[in-house]
Write a protein that binds this ligand. Structure first.
Ligand code: IPD
Ligand code: CA
Length: 291
């Protein structure tokens, strides 16, 4: 048995292997960031803006992931949020976010995750790649969301058994609980706040939980009904994209449902209200970004 993904044939057994590797390395990196968190964790550096922080543990967790993946999958490439990555020749790239929700981690809010996804295509070029196996681990709650293409979406807590997750069933947009997030640049936040003024009056409520990877997994588990955000990088969205779509969510981008999610727009939604939600967030984003 094999899965044909955009012209690339991956044996089902290989997808199972990739999913297992994603679970193992994300879990061990999650353990590292909790157990070795310094007593006085500070901001080590900043990236795109003064609010886009990096802690020593972001880099240490990425180094840990690089080492673990080099041992288990020496021929694969790795692309991560922090410094360091590697080229490969297998056609698989591991797209990793060592701590998604770094601001929550800095403040000790228990909503951050390690996201590890095996993807095919070129993750540095939007629209040319897809995740095929992934794990998103919240090391504080012990939750591990995992999926492989065509295999459904699953949640395991601690050492328990994995249980399938499925999206919620809001009857109308007005009943949909919607998660979102904001970029780090003030100019971007200005128009993102405008987009929010179009969405908020039409939905049940908004949540800003602070980790895009977990937001997408919460769509998968029905803990929110929908999610949208602009400005995400491949590492923020790769794992959650697969988990959400395998759980039955409609996932899309600025071009609508089924378009690859990207920095322009990433959205995921329970099917019942996905048409309306997709039209709302794509139109609002297209109208207001850069305004
Ligand atoms: C951020 C989180 C946040 C989202 C930002 C991301 P980071 O990732 O996912 O929820 O709103 O757009 O950059 O910086 O914590 O890895
Ligand atoms: Ca991130």
């Amino acid at each position: 048995m094999s899965d044909m993904t955009d012209g690339i044939q991956i044996a089902s057994a290989e997808l199972v292997t990739l999913e297992g590797v994603a679970i193992d390395v994300a879990t061990s990196a999650g353990r590292l960031i909790v157990e070795e968190r310094p007593a006085h964790l500070g901001v080590a550096s900043t990236k795109s803006s003064a609010t886009d922080v990096v802690t020593v543990m972001d880099q240490r967790a990425q180094d840990h992931l690089l080492g673990a993946l080099a041992r288990r999958r020496p021929g694969d490439a790795v692309l991560g949020e922090e410094q360091g990555g590697r080229a490969g020749d297998s056609g698989i790239t591991w797209v990793v976010d060592p701590i998604d929700g770094t601001v929550n981690y800095l403040y000790g809010l228990p909503a951050y995750a390690v996201s590890v996804a095996a993807v095919i295509g070129d993750p540095s070029r939007a629209g040319t790649w897809r995740p095929v196996a992934a794990a998103v681990v919240n090391p504080v709650s012990g939750e591990c969301f995992h999926a492989r293409r065509g295999g459904g979406a699953w949640r395991r807590v601690g050492t328990g058994l994995s249980v399938p997750v499925t999206v919620g069933h809001p009857r109308r947009l007005g009943e949909a609980l919607v998660a979102t997030g904001f970029g780090y640049a003030a100019d971007t936040r200005r128009w993102q706040a405008e987009v929010l003024t179009r969405v908020l009056p039409l939905v049940r409520d908004i949540r800003r939980l602070g980790s895009a990877a977990l937001d997408l997994c919460r769509v998968a588990s029905g803990e929110v009904d929908a999610y949208y955000e602009s400005g995400l990088n491949a590492w923020d969205l790769a794992g959650g994209w697969l988990v959400a779509s395998e759980a039955g969510a409609v996932v899309g981008g600025l071009q609508g449902a089924g378009a690859a999610p990207s920095a322009d727009l990433t959205w995921a939604c329970a099917p019942e209200v996905a048409t309306e939600f997709g039209l709302l967030v794509t139109a609002a984003t297209a109208d207001l970004r850069g305004a």
